[in-house]
Ligand binder design. Structure first.
Ligand code: SF4
Length: 484
């Protein structure tokens, strides 16, 4: 198509028009060439045990990515905490953060192409001054990432505005993504120093959502809020009530992380392995008031990740897909074929053009999608839909692995060996199908987050503590509060 457009323009003597058409043609491809190539590589090297028609990695995404070694310090204390014991010996340094975020994002872009979701994660991101936090997000966007700031949510509205708006009060970003971590295993939150129940944090969850809602209403900026929660035997039974009471607050995703023995061993308090994935998932289903189908679209290894896509219609959660219905499997296949890893967060005209080109390469998606939409309306109830509308809500469970399991498995992988010992082999399989990587541009590697925390974080934090030693407090820490 590009060649035809260029030749036509040249024949007509319209070189400038030709070059503009060429730019438009490239921009409106469902996937830019670098992304298409990265997807192909990932698909071809993806381990057989996790490959299936349901696998979204290599078809729809490269998986998630996160920063590391950028601002490891935090001013709350969690049990467990995945950060090493040295993390709080490293001072927050905007210049270091920006240089690292830029280098890591550029490396992700080289290896994974543009348009991938990336977590700006430390440490606590709001310990960065708001302008430096904004500069880090801008660097990620400039490198083609879709950044999400990972925070404990204990920051002021003034901070959010300084982050989101420039000195003229204009939005710095089209969209602002945040994941807010709330659970009763955290210590030191203002107004909830030592919560005893998850319910003690509901007012804090609500006020964080309200802060983002006001920002959106007043500035027109789109915001997306995910709710993160570490799950242990101590709070697993509170999940249903939490979802029921917080499902309408404004979060668009509830992400649950069953606790793992990672990071600072002083903060390990319970027998985290008393819970199975099914135990946790069944509590999430209880809260959602519905079966949560997670087998239709899989991200990485099912032992690591489960995702259920759907929407609240009034108080009822309705799944987008039914993984027991073969017609929904057909929809997924046609959707992957048409949409691929298309980035549609680009403005309506370009998004529409990309979709039209996606449909052109998989025309059967149109009748299949229409039939699916009819089933979905039936599932949700037409009257309920008209009355309440629909508000998307995704449920996720991400089960990190214990450092003690990751260490030997990773050591063998580094030597190119797969273990015959079943539990080590399982860990290796999960690492090889990982859906969440950190960039190491200095060694030219992408490292699974489990290996990052278990293997690389301790030495990285020690190095950083020497490079950026924490300054002695001189009367109060960030926002006038002493770190716990
Ligand atoms: S290997 Fe670890 S970081 Fe990667 S997807 Fe599995 S649990 Fe997540």
């Amino acid at each position: 198509m590009a060649r035809i457009a260029a030749r036509t323009a040249a024949i007509l003597g319209l070189d400038e028009l030709g070059s503009r058409l060429g730019v438009l043609e490239r921009a409106s491809r469902p996937e830019p060439p670098a992304l298409a190539e990265a997807l192909r590589r990932r698909r071809e090297s993806f381990p057989a045990w996790a490959s299936s028609a349901a696998q979204s990695i290599g078809a729809r995404t490269l998986g998630c990515e996160g920063t590391h070694g950028v601002f490891p310090k935090c001013n709350l204390a969690c049990t467990p905490c995945y950060h090493g014991a040295d993390a709080n010996r490293v001072r927050i340094d905007g210049e270091h953060t920006l240089a690292e975020v830029d280098a890591q994002s550029a490396y992700h872009a080289r290896r994974r192409g543009p348009g991938q979701y990336a977590q700006l994660i430390g440490g606590e991101v709001t310990l960065l001054p708001a302008r430096e936090h904004a500069a880090a997000l801008e660097a990620m966007i400039a490198n083609g990432r879709k950044p999400m700031s990972m925070s404990h949510g204990d920051f002021d509205e003034a901070y959010l505005r300084d982050l989101a708006l420039d000195e003229h009060g204009k939005p710095r970003f089209d969209r602002l993504y945040f994941a807010l971590h709330f659970d009763k295993l955290m210590r030191g939150r203002r107004g909830a120093q030592r919560p005893e129940r998850e319910a003690d944090l509901h007012e804090h969850r609500a006020s964080a959502c309200a802060m983002f809602r006001r920002l959106s209403e007043e500035t027109g900026m789109r915001t997306y809020l995910a709710h993160n929660m570490t799950v242990t035997p101590a709070n697993v039974d509170e999940i249903p009530d939490l979802i029921r009471r917080c499902g309408q607050m404004g979060f668009r995703m509830f992400s649950f992380q069953p606790a793992a023995f990672q990071g600072n061993s002083v903060r390990w308090k319970e027998d985290y392995r008393g819970l199975t994935s099914d135990d946790v998932w069944s509590r999430i289903e209880e809260g959602a008031g519905a079966r949560l189908p997670y087998r239709l679209i899989q991200t990485g290894d099912l032992r690591c990740n489960r995702t259920a896509y759907g929407a609240y219609v009034g108080a009822r959660w309705v799944p987008l897909f039914d993984d027991r219905d073969p017609r929904d499997h057909g929809l997924r296949d046609a959707f992957f074929g048409a949409m691929g890893a298309m980035n549609t967060e680009v403005g309506p005209v370009l998004a529409g053009t990309r979709m039209a080109r996606g449909i052109a390469r998989e025309p059967r998606v149109v009748p299949i999608a229409l039939a699916w939409a009819t089933r979905l309306v039936r599932r949700a109830g037409l009257r309920q839909l008209v009355r309440h509308g629909a508000r998307s809500m995704t449920f996720v469970m991400h089960s990190f692995m214990d450092a003690a399991d990751v260490l030997p498995a990773w050591r063998l992988l580094e030597r190119g060996q797969m273990s015959d010992e079943p539990s080590v082999r399982e860990t290796q399989e999960r690492l090889l199908a990982c859906a969440y990587h950190m960039a190491h541009p200095e060694t030219g590697r992408l490292i699974p987050a489990c290996a990052q925390h278990a293997v690389y974080d301790p030495a990285e934090n020690m190095r950083l503590a020497e490079l950026l030693p924490a300054r002695r407090a001189t009367g109060g820490s960030v926002r006038g509060r002493a770190a716990p």
